[in-house]
Unconditional design. Structure first.
Length: 387
């Protein structure tokens, strides 16, 4: 009997491949987006205390009440919204599960889902597993701005969902206030939902700010907003995320969630709730913390021939090697890995049909010494190419 794959075109992710090869080659991993420094010891203490206190059995399916209340307070401070923790907040297995469960709840066979490339790689498989079709709208480098007229022209009677991500991984840009206005105009009077991936909400730089979909009442009524404590607490292995939606949408999302992951690690939820109680403004320092790392990386590569337009948000930075080589980005990433000893992520893998570009993504959520060593290797490699 021949096996029929539900995801015949999906293989191992580029993140897994590059991280595995970086380990094999003992390269510096500036590819996959995870910190290489320790978490706040207080968070570790709170996890330990929660387990010792017996928080080791199933949590309620929507999430621990104290964590949902802490999230409601946090979002009220950040975006001025009043949320019902029981009816509008669901704790998920990271942001990826929140996105997957939301997609399964909102679309089905024959529906179309609009995504904007470069798009995070979990979006399309989630749509495919729901029986929907992804329609890709490319954002053009170097600015990666939304073309809302093209969006309007792309919408069809089968369009049921738009997926946006800001700050955008991997393009490192932020949606503007005007983008929210345009998005609201696009979906108005149409049977279209929105998923807004906002996991890097606190990591914005310079004059930019994060414009959450929650801040727009019209969009909030038809949207699922997705967040991640893995990014906010620099602890990607915690796998604690959450989804925010109006009660009707939350009810549908939870129907999927309960038969997907059902419930999330109890002690971790309790610990994070207590941590937020002690440090309610924990996200406020992230822009300065990561901004300094971004600037350190940019300064270290200045004059190397690599062009770095400062990231607007996220903990990633794009480098343009076009002045040094016309190699495709997959080949250049291989060159950096094998010859320079630095792992990066080629941008083209985030496109269905990539435009011409010479861009790689680096992660600067690393210790300063890791960044310095990686930048030194990149600089020497680039200067060697220039000569």
């Amino acid at each position: 009997m021949a096996f029929r794959s539900k995801l015949p075109h999906v293989g191992t992710t580029i993140f897994t491949i590059m991280s595995r090869r970086a380990a094999e080659l003992r390269a510096i991993n500036l590819g996959q987006g995870f910190p290489d420094y320790d978490i706040d010891p207080r968070l570790a203490e709170l996890v330990y205390e929660a387990m010792l206190q017996g928080h080791n059995q199933y949590a309620p399916m929507p999430g621990m009440p104290q964590l949902r209340h802490a999230i409601a307070s946090k979002l009220a401070r950040s975006y001025g919204v009043s949320l019902d923790p029981d009816l509008q907040i669901t704790i998920t297995l990271g942001a990826t599960e929140a996105i997957y469960s939301a997609v399964q709840a909102l679309v089905g066979p024959g529906d179309e889902v609009i995504v904007f490339d470069p798009s995070y790689d979990s979006y399309e498989p989630a749509a495919q597993l729901a029986g929907a079709t992804c329609i890709h709208i490319p954002l053009q480098p170097p600015s990666f701005r939304y073309d809302w007229d093209r969006v309007r022209a792309t919408i069809s009677p089968r369009t049921r969902l738009l997926m946006v991500n800001s700050p955008l991984n991997p393009a490192c840009t932020c949606m503007s206030a005007q983008d929210l206005v345009e998005l609201a105009s696009v979906v108005r009077d149409r049977d279209i939902y929105v998923i807004s991936d906002e996991v890097y909400e606190h990591i914005v730089f310079d004059a930019h700010r994060h414009h959450s979909i929650l801040s727009c009442e019209e969009l909030r009524a038809r949207s699922v907003a997705v967040y991640s404590f893995g990014k906010t607490l620099s602890a990607t292995g915690l796998r604690i995320g959450y989804a925010i939606a109006e009660p009707t949408l939350t009810s549908e999302l939870r129907k999927v969630h309960q038969f997907n992951t059902f419930t999330i690690a109890t002690a971790l939820q309790v610990a994070i709730a207590r941590y937020l109680d002690e440090r309610p403004n924990v996200g406020d320092a992230l822009a300065g913390f990561f901004g300094a790392k971004r600037d350190r990386l940019i300064a270290a590569l200045n004059g190397s021939g690599l062009v770095l337009v400062p990231a607007e948000g996220s903990f990633f930075q794009l480098i343009d090697y076009g002045a040094l080589s016309a190699l495709p980005d997959l080949e250049m990433a291989e060159q950096l890995l094998t010859r320079a000893g630095v792992a990066s992520i080629p941008l083209s893998v985030f496109y269905q049909k990539p435009p011409p570009m010479t861009l790689l993504r680096l992660c600067f959520a690393k210790r300063d010494e890791t960044l310095d060593q990686g930048a030194d290797r990149l600089r020497k490699f680039a200067l060697g190419m220039a000569t």
